[in-house]
Write a protein that binds this ligand. Sequence first.
Ligand code: ADP
Ligand code: MG
Length: 698
Amino acid sequence: MDLETQDIKYVPGVGPKRAELLNKAFGIRTAEDLLQLYPYRYVDRTRFSRICDIDDEQTFVQIKGRFVQFSRVGEGRGARLVGMFSDGEQTIEVVWFKGTEYVTKNLQLNTDYVLFGKPSVFSGHYNFTHPDVEPLERFNQQKYLGLEPYYNTSEQMKSGSLNSKAVRKIMSGLIAQVRQGIPETLPSSLTEPLHLMSRTQAYCNIHFPADAHSLRKARERLKFEELFYLELQILRQAHQRNQGVEGYKMPHVGDFFNNFYFNQLPFPLTGAQKRVVREIYEDMKSGRQMNRLLQGDVGSGKTLVALLCALIAADNGFQTAIMAPTEILATQHLESLRSMTQGMNLHIDLLTGSTPKRHRDEIHRALTDGTLHILIGTHALIEDNVQFANLGLAIIDEQHRFGVAQRAKLWKKNRRSPHILVMTATPIPRTLAMTVYGDLHVSVIDELPPGRKPIQTYHRYISQRDAVDRFLLQQLRDGHQVYIVYPLILDNPKLELANVEQGYEYVRLHFPSYPASIVHGRQKSAEKDEQMRKFAEGKTRIMVATTVIEVGVNVPNASVMVIENAERFGLSTLHQLRGRVGRGAEQSYCILLTGVKLSRDTRKRMDIMVRSTDGFEIAEADMRMRGPGDMEGTLQSGLPFDLKIANLSTDGQLVELARRTAEAILELDSDLSALHNQIFVRQLQRIKQQIVNWGDIS
Ligand code: ADP
Ligand code: MG
């Protein structure tokens, strides 16, 4: 049987109508697609509960017993049939609103039944509404062997009488076919040493597992297969592009770099900065186009690395574009690069949406005649009329604020793609980074500049606000500046605005001698910039804001970050926010303010923040706690195909195993030309085919 070509229409129990429902709901077209509709839950039908065991944790329970009474209750729409079901010790109510005639006709008192369903709570008591009821005799004939699968269904499927039970029935027929044996997609040279189930076994056991152990093994096999082909595909692409895409050669380290390095460097580079500059330089001189991700925690000194790379580009006669996500950040970059390179004959400029036309024309001229070395800007940089004479290096700061499409546009500014350096402070756990950015090389700055005092973080309750205020006052008196940040409230922007505005009023009332700025998403960008600028220049001492200030603003004199309603923030945002302070030599503080009643998860988040300042540790914890989160959603959208069973954040170990396995194979046979590797080539082609087909119909 050929699963991949067998139209589901012809799978027993499906037919054209149900085929369409399955197709609409999940894009299922072939028997193989259907097999990959994995159960979302299993219920052990060999175990029985007692009524006294029912609690909130259980989803489905199964009880053996008898009905001891039936009665009709209520009138009109509320009319219902209520049965009292006894397991010999206690009784529980069973309620039917519909099909009561059928129930009265078919269910008898004092006969053994098996009741199966989800208990619900009604006026303080557990009951069952419309459970499955089966005579014990018939139940015993079914010989439930193990775990019973439950499938996701769409509303349309349900109203087309294709509920989970119906899907299970179809699946059971299909699995009977599969049991005869289906072609393998992994060679025994992998399945044997890794102790992986055969593909046939895996499909049988993922749908109808004999026990929990077989289910685990089935999952492991299917996840591994998925991840292995993902890694193989990504590594092959990376290999092809390393061979294929020619890049500008920048072998010279000349006057610009040396002058700066030996005469202007404001402080010695950290070891990590030196290492990543070397890594980047290796790429720039290689003749192949660089695609590198530079990860470094907030404050690790990425800007200086960017400048050093731009100087190498300039030494080789190339221009550099540096793109920042906001005007403020772009302006700060301009100022810090200009001040560091003062007296050098290096021409740097800034282009944003608010650059006046005359200045803009000047920039265009300097770009096209090649006299402008470094152009900093916002997305205005990728507007079509911005032309470079010789763009050799594109640096993108704070990558998570840019769309992939925008970046692609920047690459295309030239005849040949410039070298690309994407800088991000969003720590991405390694396993994830190496998969999602498989064809991107990753450099990590894992060291902060010396002399930084780690930020001290405290968790305080709003009931302790007075003490917090006294502390803020002390810091303000010492000449420092303070951030007070409120969460974005997506489902209630009015509340968010009210919070920020109230916060601002509070500050004016309680700290009358210290001017404050206010920044939120409802302001015009000119107003926002003005408020931020005042704070950056020290004209205002307190910044009351929503998370719009999250992105890399650098105000070294700010020593306290107060986060209001900290329970509403995710770990990565908390960490990003905290990174706004601790940028100078003074001791800095982060205060997490929450209500008193906290969920377990929130408490954990606060504890991690108080305990750790390591972005990577926090990112890993975030992944573990949230499972597939927003970040993963964005990241997964960059994969060559969707994952159906594996999960990049929670299956980290399997990801690494798959990665290493794929690497080992490609190391011996980089283009997969060996005869024994044809199984991989065929499977990759099939996967590609499936993606194309899916694209056609959606
Ligand atoms: P980020 O990686 O968050 O972009 P920045 O480049 O803004 O960090 O650097 C943060 C601060 O650290 C800046 O004030 C910068 O001048 C300073 N800095 C960068 N590198 C060093 C270094 N090697 N030694 C001391 N201070 C440094
Ligand atoms: Mg930065």
